[in-house]
Design a protein around this ligand. Structure first.
Ligand SMILES: O=C(O)CCC(=O)C(=O)O
Ligand SMILES: [Fe+2]
Length: 313
């Protein structure tokens, strides 16, 4: 099996092909919890600036410098490495706030590094533009009204996640990130040259997503299932890093803004489709998901927000 790529180049809501493309994006999200889009948002020059210069420079700093990016007040910022035994390093930066990108840059280059910060800001802008379009197309394809989609997109915030996987030992069979769903609404995944991302199909088989330079993969996270009242199930995916190459990937997760409760879209709840989940804010959901109970759960969204969850009298 292969996940069909959908070409969104040059498309906007007034293009003649918009309706057909919305239907294709929605069908892929409903069938697989993900969509692979062909897009020219990341130009070859921007891709080189990011992956050949900015990322190698960033990851080559000593770990003590990297750890200075950790923010005690936000799970959506900072540096992690070797979490739960996974051999990777990851930086999270707030992507839609230029000040955060500058503060992040200044930790590494106290005199500033406009080339680095401009590159990151440009990348964030481009990915978020396509990510918003994919959410809009999916919701439109499910029958959500334009003004409700616009209000939803306004209530989003985004982070950027720079992730580097070391070369795995032969004995590890190459699975560097075990199967999981993302806690996000949607996550954009930009791979570069080195393969690794795999999606689990409904029949349990694993489908490779090749790292093609003109594609961006979008996966639905747990919170998108809440938003769509269960129409779109979260993507189950994993990473198999080749045994002879390091792998760098950039992710752009979309979340609800601080304090904003995510609720099912009005049009997706009716008599035939009663509400499946209670509303939740991103912080509440993340807090539960990474708690002892949440980490043990096979379906944290259902356990925290499911309306059928039994409540002790
Ligand atoms: O490395 C990738 O391609 C995907 C990473 C991922 O799924 C994650 O960090 O949640
Ligand atoms: Fe993921």
């Amino acid at each position: 099996m292969e996940i069909t790529k959908i070409d969104l180049r040059g498309l906007n809501p007034s293009s003649p092909g918009w309706g057909k493309a919305c239907a294709a994006v929605t069908a892929s999200m409903v069938a697989h919890g993900c969509v692979v889009v062909v897009h020219d948002a990341i130009s070859p020059g921007l891709r080189r600036a990011v992956f050949d210069r900015a990322m190698p420079e960033l990851f080559s700093f000593p770990v003590e410098t990297k750890q200075r990016t950790v923010s005690p007040s936000s799970a959506l910022q900072g540096y992690v490495n070797k979490i739960h035994g996974v051999d990777f390093e990851s930086f999270i930066v707030k992507a839609d706030d230029a000040r955060c990108v500058h503060d992040f840059t200044n930790i590494f280059w106290p005199q500033g590094n406009p080339e680095f910060s401009n590159t990151i800001e440009a990348l964030a802008r481009k990915i978020i533009e396509v990510e918003d379009m994919v959410e809009k197309m999916t919701l439109e394809g499910l029958g959500v009204r334009e003004e409700n989609i616009a209000a939803h997109l306004d209530a989003l915030t985004h982070s950027l996640r720079f992730q580097q996987y070391s070369i795995p030992e032969e004995s590890k069979m190459g699975v560097t990130l075990p199967r999981h769903t993302d806690p996000t609404l949607v996550t954009a995944i930009v791979q570069h040259e080195v393969e690794g991302l795999e999606m689990q199909a409904k029949d349990g088989s694993w489908v490779k997503i090749p790292p093609e330079a003109d594609t961006i993969t979008f996966v639905a996270g747990d919170l998108f299932a809440l938003l769509t009242n269960g129409r779109v199930r979260p993507s189950v995916h994993r990473v198999r890093t080749p045994t002879n190459r390091e792998r760098i990937v950039i992710l752009c997760p979309a979340w609800g803004k601080n304090g904003v409760a995510i609720n099912a879209m009005d049009e997706l709840v009716d008599e035939e489709n009663p509400p499946k989940y209670n509303p939740v804010t991103t912080d509440e959901f993340l807090q539960f998901r990474y708690s002892g109970e949440g980490l043990k759960s096979s379906d944290p969204l259902e356990d925290l927000c499911g309306v059928h969850k039994c409540v002790d009298p």
